[in-house]
Design a binder for this molecule. Structure first.
Ligand code: IPM
Ligand code: MN
Length: 352
């Protein structure tokens, strides 16, 4: 089959980790007899430098012409003082919106070999296997009005019932393929938006009597995530809460560098590691490529229905870690580690 994708390496460590994910895809395509058709375009800071636009028309057109998009990361401190529309992050928000990618799936599972890489005790994290379902096109990230208003600056948290309902259905559907438990996270003791969120989720749950629903306030969820991470199955939450909780989940399972994500809901899927551009370590060849590689696996599964291919990547990652290979983020000071490219090579060597 034809695997027609656009790669957007972006900024910071984005190009380094995306290169490894692409190498893995090339190896999988060869093994399973698929044709990989890859276009590479610019997004974020590198696109602002070249085109004065974080999402150039050419980039968007290429994405809309492919079946899926593999993104590295955007963001660089050089743009910290730029106006909002000329920041790298604006490119990411625009492409999420243009692709209709409202459902961001962020799995966080503990690899057995990494039980000692987490800052938490092995006994606490044992069995951790959660899926954060983050609403991606609403809330504070997109709510209007926003910006300067006289001597103040405002952002707006806004959700319609329809927006909550569609993401809730994604979470319940996915829970049916897992342990049938949804934890909906809000701040309904304070926010009206969260009260609509909770009411709407309760309504959707009526269609899923086989799935257990619980509600948690976001502050309490942040605590429970480190106190009893293994108790979570599907976490359903709005855009900003999901952004924060997913970084926390990364630390729980050993490193944010491991987390992959799929942004789905529109005609073209968007796949990106959860970590950012990490400008502090960019260009040193030490970034963890596993989040990007596992995002490529999610892409094969969700956009191309290639389950065996996705599973072979995931198994290769698991075996690589089981053999003790670690990038620097997975080690403590002084322990040996491998480079970004070496980690990629190891994964490819383990593909079956
Ligand atoms: C993420 C990132 C992005 C977000 C930034 C880079 C805009 O932190 O994907 O989690 O906040 O969604
Ligand atoms: Mn984030």
């Amino acid at each position: 089959m034809e695997i027609n994708i656009t790669a957007l390496p972006g900024d910071g460590i984005g190009p380094e980790v995306t290169a490894e994910a692409v190498r893995v895809l090339e190896a999988v395509a060869e093994k399973f007899n698929h044709e990989l058709k890859l276009t590479t375009e610019k997004i974020g800071g590198v696109a602002i430098r070249e085109f004065n636009d974080p999402l150039p028309d050419q980039t968007l057109a290429a994405c809309l012409n492919s079946k899926a998009v593999l993104l590295g990361a955007v963001g660089h401190p050089d743009f910290d003082n730029h106006p909002p529309h000329l920041r790298p992050e604006a490119g990411l928000l625009k492409i999420r919106n243009a692709l209709g990618a409202y459902a961001n799936l962020r799995p966080a599972r503990l690899f057995a070999a990494l039980a000692d890489a987490s800052p938490l005790k092995a006994s606490v994290i044992e069995g951790t296997d959660m899926l954060i379902v983050r609403e991606l096109l609403g809330g504070l990230y997109f709510g209007q009005p926003r910006g300067e208003q006289g001597d103040s600056v405002i952002n707006t948290m806004r959700y319609s019932a329809a927006e909550v309902e569609r993401i809730a259905r994604v979470a319940f559907d996915l829970a049916r393929k897992r342990r049938r438990q949804v934890t909906s996270v809000d701040k309904s003791n304070v926010l009206e938006v969260s009260r609509l969120w909770r009411q709407t989720v309760i309504g959707v749950a009526k269609d899923y009597p086989d799935v257990t629903l619980e509600h948690q306030l976001v502050d309490s969820c942040a605590m429970a995530l480190v106190a009893r991470p293994a108790s979570f199955d599907v976490i359903l939450t709005e855009n900003m809460f999901g952004d924060i909780l997913s970084d926390e989940a990364g630390a729980v399972v050993g490193s944010l560098g491991l987390l992959a994500s799929a942004s789905t809901g529109g005609p073209v899927g968007l796949y990106e590691p959860v970590h950012g551009s990490a400008p502090d370590i960019a260009g040193q060849g030490i970034a963890n490529p596993l989040g990007a590689i596992l995002s490529a696996a999610m892409m094969l599964r969700y956009s191309f229905d290639l389950d065996a291919e996705a599973a072979s990547i995931e198994a290769a990652v698991e075996r690589t870690l089981a053999e003790g290979y670690r990038t620097r983020d997975l080690t403590v000071a002084g322990e040996p580690s491998v480079s970004t490219t070496e980690m990629g090579r190891r994964v490819i060597a383990h593909l079956s």
